[in-house]
Design a binder for this molecule. Structure first.
Ligand code: IPM
Ligand code: MN
Length: 354
C-alpha cells in the first residue's frame, strides 16, 4: 500500500482534491497502484476547528505518508487573524516541516488553449518551461519584525538570506532537470542590487563547471519578468529564489491561458507535496465550477516523482489533454463554441478518457 495524505484545505480545496482523488482511483484500477488515502485538515478550516492552521497531527501524518496532495488554503474570512495563525502558515509550515526545498512549476502550453492566452498565439504556441523555485529559504523564512518604533516611526522588516549549501541544493536539482530536458538553464536573481543575489550567482556559476552539457545564462528578475511576455519560448528551466519564484510562476502560469491548469511539485528529501498553483478562490467555493485540472495534473506529478509511476502519470496527462481537445471547458477557460462543464462533470470526462 502507498499512503497518500490528502489535505483539501479551504475554499475550492475540497472540490478540487475530491476530483483528483477520483482520477487517482480510476488510474489505480488500471495500473494496480495500491493507493490508500488519509484526509487531514490545514489552513483556515483547521484554525476554525482547532485554533491553529497546521495541527501537529497533520504534519506527523504527512511525514509518514508516501506523498501529500494539497488543495489550497486562505480566504478573506481569516483576514483579521494574527499573522502567525493565518491559513497561509499551514502551507509554509508544511514546506519547512517536510523540508520541501524545491518547487517545480511546469508551464506547458497545450495547443487547445493557445487562444486563451493573453499573449499572441505565435508567442505561446509550443511553450514548455519549468520554474524551479527555492522553497524553504530566502525572505519567506528570514527573521522578521511585524512592528517596531525606530526614530519615532513605526516600521517593519523582513530579512532575505541565503547560504551557499541552500543555493547549491536547489541549483543541482535545476541542472539535473535541465539535463533531461532541453539542456538550458536560466538563473534569475537581482545581482545588480542584492548581496544574496550575488552569492546566488557566484554559487550557480561555480556549480555549472560540473554540468558542461547544460547551457547556463543569468537574468535579472525584472528582465526575466519582461522576457516571459516577449519571448517565453527561449526558456527551458528557470531556477530562482523563493520570492522571485513566487512572482514569476504566477506570471508564467497565465501564458498557458489559465492559472487553473497549472500543477506543482514541492520536492523534499523524504516526503514530497503536490498542489495546484492557484489559490483557494473563496468567491467560487462550493459552486461546483472550479477547474480541477491543476490538481489532477498535480496528482500526475505525484505519481511521477513520488511513486515513480511514469506510465500512470502520462495516462492522466493525456486524458486531460484529450478532454480539452474534445472541447470541454470549465468556466475559467470557457468561450463561445465550447462545452461548459462543472467540476464534477470535468472529472467524469477525464475519467472516461482514462
Ligand atoms: C504559492 C502561494 C504561497 C506562497 C502562499 C499561499 C503562502 O502564493 O504557493 O505560490 O507565497 O508561496
Ligand atoms: Mn504564489
Amino acid at each position: 500500500m502507498k499512503k497518500i495524505v490528502v489535505i483539501p484545505g479551504d475554499g475550492i480545496g475540497k472540490e478540487i482534491t475530491d476530483s483528483a482523488v477520483e482520477v487517482l482511483k480510476k488510474v489505480d484500477e488500471k495500473f494496480n497502484l495500491d493507493l490508500e488515502y488519509e484526509f487531514h485538515d490545514a489552513g483556515g478550516t483547521a484554525y476554525d476547528k482547532f485554533g491553529e492552521p497546521l495541527p501537529a497531527e497533520t504534519l506527523e501524518a504527512c511525514k509518514k505518508a508516501d506523498a501529500v496532495l494539497f488543495g489550497a488554503v486562505g480566504g478573506n474570512k481569516w483576514d483579521n487573524v494574527k499573522a502567525e495563525l493565518r491559513p497561509e502558515r499551514a502551507i509554509l509550515g508544511l514546506r519547512k516541516g517536510l523540508g520541501l526545498y524545491a518547487n517545480l512549476r511546469p508551464v506547458k502550453v497545450v495547443d487547445a488553449l493557445v487562444d486563451n492566452s493573453p499573449l499572441k498565439a505565435n508567442l505561446v504556441k509550443g511553450v514548455d518551461l519549468v520554474i524551479v523555485r527555492e522553497l524553504v529559504g530566502g525572505i519567506y523564512f528570514g527573521e522578521r519584525c511585524e512592528s517596531e518604533i525606530k526614530n519615532g516611526s513605526e516600521r517593519a522588516w523582513d530579512l532575505e538570506n541565503y547560504s551557499v549549501p541552500e543555493v547549491e541544493r536547489i541549483t543541482k536539482l535545476a541542472f539535473e532537470t535541465a539535463k533531461i530536458r532541453r539542456g538550458k538553464l536560466t538563473s534569475v536573481d537581482k545581482a545588480n542590487v542584492l548581496a544574496t543575489s550575488r552569492l546566488w550567482r557566484r554559487t550557480v556559476t561555480k556549480l555549472s563547471e560540473n554540468y558542461s552539457d547544460v547551457e547556463l545564462n543569468h537574468l535579472y528578475v525584472d528582465n526575466c519578468a519582461m522576457q516571459l511576455c516577449v519571448n517565453p519560448k527561449q526558456f527551458d528551466v528557470i531556477v530562482t529564489g523563493n520570492l522571485f519564484g513566487d512572482i514569476l510562476s504566477d506570471e508564467a502560469a497565465v501564458i498557458g491561458g489559465s492559472i487553473g491548469l497549472m500543477p506543482s511539485a514541492s520536492i523534499g528529501e523524504f516526503t514530497s507535496l503536490y498542489e495546484p498553483i492557484h489559490g483557494s478562490a473563496p468567491d467560487i467555493a462550493g459552486k461546483g465550477i472550479a477547474n480541477p485540472m491543476g490538481t489532477i495534473l498535480s496528482a500526475a506529478m505525484l505519481l511521477r516523482y513520488s511513486l515513480h509511476e511514469e506510465e500512470a502519470a502520462k495516462a492522466i496527462e493525456n486524458a486531460v489533454d484529450k478532454t480539452l481537445d474534445d472541447g470541454f471547458r470549465t468556466a475559467d477557460i470557457y468561450s463561445d463554441g465550447f462545452k461548459k462543464l462543472s467540476t464534477v462533470e470535468t472529472t467524469q470526462e477525464i475519467c472516461k478518457r482514462l
